[in-house]
Design a protein around this ligand. Structure first.
Ligand SMILES: [Zn+2]
Length: 181
């Protein structure tokens, strides 16, 4: 997620983000997105929600965006498991916050602020996980916005090759800087 990788700038495991229009059919170098092995035998399919400021406020994800990238069979599996565990942890932590921790706070918060306080509490409980993600960035991830998509790579070489292959897109941004528009 680019907000998180931006927070992580200068710490470590910084990812290189390539931003392309959502409508653009992205082309990938013929290398595994996880281990950079040449000519991987299979693909990894990532499904992601559309991220906006409302994601945190409403706890819902917009129209799903699907991207298919080359990956070895083992790497594809590993990446999916990684994402699944992450999603599972997010949901589990949020539930724990709301069901187990919330009752202790409930009485000291005015009724009209309950919904807001609950979200804030869940967010605070999620902070350790966000920090974890900054330090252990996944080799490849996507964040979809309503008009564009961030393709995030921990390998800078791979990211640059990817950007070069997609120069025909309406715009190409590398870490927020426009290289093609
Ligand atoms: Zn691989």
């Amino acid at each position: 997620m680019s907000l998180i990788s931006r927070m992580g700038n200068g710490i470590m495991a910084e990812s290189t983000d390539i931003n392309l229009p959502r409508a653009h059919q992205a082309r990938f170098p013929n290398r595994c997105v996880v281990c950079s092995h040449d000519n991987p035998a299979s693909h990894v399919k990532l499904v992601t929600g559309t991220l906006g400021w409302w994601t945190w406020l409403l706890w819902c994800w917009g129209k799903p965006f699907i991207v298919q990238a080359p990956a070895c069979r083992g790497c594809a599996w590993k990446l999916q498991a990684w994402r699944f565990i992450n999603l599972f942890m997010t949901i589990a932590i949020a539930l724990v916050a709301v069901w187990l921790v919330w009752p202790y706070f409930k009485d000291s918060v005015p009724r009209s602020l309950h919904a807001l306080a609950m979200m804030g509490l869940a967010l605070v409980c999620l902070l350790p996980q966000i920090v974890f993600e900054v330090f252990f960035a996944r080799p490849f991830d996507v964040t979809a916005y309503s008009e564009s998509v961030d393709y995030e790579f921990t390998s800078e070489d791979y990211a640059i090759d990817f950007a070069m292959l997609n120069l025909d897109a309406k715009h190409v941004k590398i870490n927020g800087e426009i290289v093609q528009s």
